[in-house]
Structures are given as C-alpha cells and as structure tokens.
Design a protein around this ligand. Structure first.
Ligand code: HEM
Length: 493
C-alpha cells in the first residue's frame, strides 16, 4: 500500500515538474530540445557520451541564437553580449556556474587553492595578483631551457619514428606531460623518451570527462564528493604526480616554476600554506591537455592546408637564411616573435578548434539580461561556446569556417583588437587563463622547431576514413575536447 502511495507521489512530482519546466518556468519560452527543457539529465547524458564538442553548434543551427540546454541554463551565440557577460570587470557580478565551482572541495579552506574552480572573488583576485608575475611571459622565458630540453627529446623521438605512422595526438600528450612536469617541478616525467606516460593522460581524461557531465547535476556531484571523502572510488582519477612527490624549494635542483611559487608564498603575506603546491598541480591539471590539444590543432589545420603549410615553411627558411634561427637547435622564444605567420597559425587554429569547446557558463546577476529578445532572470545560467564564437563573421571577418591565418595579419588595428578581445580561446577577459603566457611560449617554440626540422604529413581526416595505420580520427569530450586516431608521418628536412 505504502509503495503505491510513494509511486503515485513520485509520478505526480515528476509530472508537475515537467509541466512547470515546459510551461511555467521563467525560461519556458526559449527554444531547445524537448528533453533538455524538462530535465538536466539530457545535457548530462550528451556529455556523459562525450558528444559535447559540436553539440552547441548543432543546437544553434537547429534552434537559433538562444537555446535552452537544461531547464535552468541557456547558451547564446550573439557576440553582442560578450562584453556584458565576459568583459573585464564583469567577474564579480557574473559568477562561474556551479557546473565548475561545485567541484571545489577547498571552498571553505583558506589554505588550499583551486583557481579554476574558485567562486570567492576576493580570494581569486588576491591569488591572481600574487601569482600573476610567476605566469608572465618574462618568467616563462626565464625557464626556456626547460622547454628546450623537451624540444630536443621530442625531435629525437620523431627522428626515431621517421617514416612511421603515429597517433600524433598521443605523441603531443607525452610531450605536454614532460614539458609541464619539467617546467613546474624541474624534472621531466620521461614520457617522450619512453613513449609511454604510464596511463596518466588517460586517467586525467577520465577526471575531466567526469567533471564535464556531473557538474550539470550539482547535488549529485556534492554527494559524490561527500562519499569520496569516505574513500568511495567514484572516479578513476589518480593525481598524475602525487602531491607528496612535489619537491620543496630546498631540494629542487633545477630552478622551476614551483620555486617561483614557493618564493611568493614565503615572501607575501596572506598566501595560504598549500597555495604554491596547489598552483603547481594546476599547471599539470589545466596545462597539459589544453596545450597538447592546441599543438595538435595547429598540426591538423596547417597539415590540411597546403598553402598555409608552404607559407609557414617559407617563413622558417627565410628566418634561417637571415640568421634568426638555426636548424636542429631549439628556437628561442624571442625569435618566434619575428615569425608572424606561425603566430597567426596558432591564433587561427585556436579560433576553429578551441580546446574548451563548451559554454563558459556564468550566473546571471541581479539585473538579469535580455538575450536576443529573451529575458533571463537573475540566478539562471547563460554562456557562450568559444567554438561558436570563433565562427562569428562580425568578429573574425569573412569565411570563418575556413582556416585562413592571413586574417590575423591583414586585419586593421581596430579589427585585430576586436578579434583578440572578443575571444574565448583562453577564456573571457574577466577570468582569463593565467597559464596563457606559459603555454604560448612553449607552443611557439615547439611548433617552430617541428616545422623547421620536419616534413609533417597529416594522413587522415577528422571524422573521415581510416588512415594508413588503420585508425579513424574522432573527436570526443565533455569539457576539454580530445582527439583519437590523428595519423601523422614525419620526415627530417
Ligand atoms: C593552450 C593552453 C591553455 C588553454 C587553451 C587554456 C584555456 C582556458 C580557458 C578557456 C579558460 C577559461 C575557463 C572559463 O572561463 O570557464 C581557462 C582558465 C584557466 N586556466 Fe587555462 N588554458 C591553457 C593553459 C593553462 C595553463 C598552463 C594553466 C596553468 C596555470 C592554466 C590554468 C587555468 C586556470 C587556473 C584558469 C581559471 C582562471 C580563473 O577563473 O580566473 N591554463 N583556461
């Protein structure tokens, strides 16, 4: 009998929630897939099945510029609202959605730091201010030698694999692991030399994938965190470089970013006890995937555009002739600043293939917002997908679905300013990625060395047939995007 009452009550609650979400909810008038308007389980399942990378683009094509992807969340595609939601100074009003902040297990512990997930804006601003200089271009250049070591190891590995078909994304992940490990802790992990990262990237991918869907149901995530505290193994994530192995300033042999972070900790008042090591772990968690992917995006786009490939090589050959750079020698970062076509290729690849190709979701502040005629009240979630923004002709000019590095070189000063400021590749101005400079220094050096010393041939097409190595190149992901099966062959030049 009780079971019947309970079943009836449950059915009535579900029916009432469906009716409310479809007809009475403040976002009821916004188009979107039927199930998405009823329950967050729809977007949860899309992401759980790794379908996020192109989902938002398809939804905008089908439903228009404002789409309801979950009962309380919409995505928008009109860049006119970019400055309001992401502009400099908007971070205090437009908080990050619980999709990310719910993962912050350190939220109530001042001594711990997780900048990516932080929702306390005063703490975030202080963290960013004190550690900002460590992540400046000048400081990254101070550690250039650590990138050079990896450039040499990578070149040696490519020499040894010359003529063979490689899953190049995997090779770039090994490289990412070593670069960030050496820059952060002063010692490479050894993934490039071994051709094996001991499953670290796979485990990190699982963790990111989990974050990318569980965050849509924050209470479920909070419950998981509670249970994980009691050692219930809900995710298979293993910290790639266990914190107990993090060296202290006294025992690091090579000066590295951890030393810089420790110096800040010891010299600035107000810095939490574990901030330096927590920030060092952020280099690993937030830097490897994103940088490896962006390197792969450049190789993919340049490799499928013969004219861009030729121009890039001509630029590098001219730089050799003028004495700016030397073959088989790591390219100094300063020299990459005189390689405008290379820099344009990175910008253009990031426009078409940003790694974080999801809506960067924000909570609507007190005043609400009107998006293309739809009023979104306070506390609901809105966001824009950087891949969608990259297609905006208003911001990036004509033919945005094609890879045209020249758009970054031929734009007027004013247009270039717009392209750089209305851009989500490294996040919006209000919460810009602090690792951008470090990542850029590493990427520019690695790419210059790669195209200077090797012919790089991309052998299959994303979403197309199997390559000669028998792999299909597919794209998947729920938060950072991943590629599998990108086949490349290199030959020394
Ligand atoms: C090519 C490499 C990278 C890409 C494409 C990238 C991309 C991004 C993006 C899109 C965001 C904005 C997320 C949002 O607003 O919701 C972001 C934020 C962030 N990134 Fe990166 N990132 C890269 C490298 C790094 C590195 C090396 C670090 C190491 C410190 C890092 C740490 C962070 C942190 C802590 C945030 C949060 C900042 C805040 O909320 O104030 N990233 N990144």
């Amino acid at each position: 009998m009780w079971l019947t009452y309970i079943s009836f009550a449950a059915a009535a609650t579900i029916a009432a929630s469906i009716i409310y979400n479809l007809f009475l909810h403040p976002l009821a008038g916004i188009p979107g897939p039927l199930l998405a308007r009823i329950t967050p389980l729809w977007i949860f399942c899309q992401c759980k099945n790794n379908r996020r990378p192109n989902l938002d683009l398809q939804l905008h094509q089908q439903y228009g510029s404002v789409v309801r992807i979950s009962p309380n969340e919409v995505i928008f595609s009109n860049p006119a609202y970019f400055k309001t939601v992401y502009g400099a100074g908007s971070s205090r009003a437009w908080g990050r959605s619980p999709f990310l902040t719910v993962h912050n297990q350190f939220a109530r512990d001042y001594d711990r730091l997780n900048m990516l997930l932080e929702s306390d804006m005063d703490k975030l601003r202080f963290q960013r201010r004190v550690f900002g200089p460590v992540y400046s271009t000048a400081n990254a250049r101070k550690h250039e030698e650590l990138i050079d070591n990896n450039d040499r190891r990578f070149a040696a590995r490519l020499q040894s694999l010359a003529g063979q078909v490689m899953d190049f994304y995997v090779e770039l992940e090994y490289l990412g692991v070593d670069i960030y490990c050496e820059m952060t802790f002063g010692e490479a992990f050894g993934a490039v030399e071994r051709g094996d990262d001991g499953g670290q990237m796979e485990s990190m991918a699982k963790r990111w994938s989990w974050i990318g869907y569980i965050g849509f149901i924050p209470w479920l995530c909070a419950l998981q965190h509670e249970l994980m505290k009691r050692n219930v193994p809900f995710s298979q994530f293993r910290c790639p470089f266990p914190v107990h192995a993090v060296p202290t300033i006294e025992d690091t042999i090579t000066p590295c970013i951890l030393d810089d972070l420790q110096i800040v900790s010891k010299t600035k008042s107000g810095v939490g006890r574990s901030w330096a090591t927590d920030m060092a772990m952020t280099n690993i968690g937030a830097g490897i995937d994103t940088t490896s992917w962006t390197l792969a995006a450049v190789v993919a786009t340049v490799g499928s555009n013969p004219s861009a490939y030729e121009k890039l090589q001509t630029e590098l050959e001219d730089a050799v002739k003028s004495g700016l750079i030397k073959k088989n020698t790591p390219v100094p970062y300063d020299a990459t600043l005189s390689l405008p076509y290379l820099q344009a290729c990175v910008n253009e690849a990031m426009r078409l293939y940003p790694n974080v190709a999801v809506s960067l979701a924000r909570i609507v502040p007190q005043e609400g917002i009107v998006l293309d005629g739809y009023y979104i009240p306070p506390k609901y979630i809105v966001g824009m997908n950087s891949k969608q923004l990259g297609l905006s002709e208003e911001v990036f000019g004509a033919d945005t679905s094609s890879f045209i590095p020249e758009r970054w070189l031929e734009a007027s000063k004013e247009q270039l300013g717009e392209m750089e400021s209305r851009n989500l590749g490294f996040g919006g101005p209000s919460r810009k990625c602090p690792g951008k400079n470090v990542a850029w220094v590493a990427m520019a050096k690695i790419l210059a060395g790669l195209y200077l010393n090797f012919e790089v041939e991309v052998l299959n097409k994303l979403g197309g047939e199997e390559g000669p190595g028998g792999r299909r190149w597919i794209e998947l992901g729920s938060f950072p995007t991943k590629w599998e099966g990108m086949e490349v062959r290199v030959q020394p030049r």
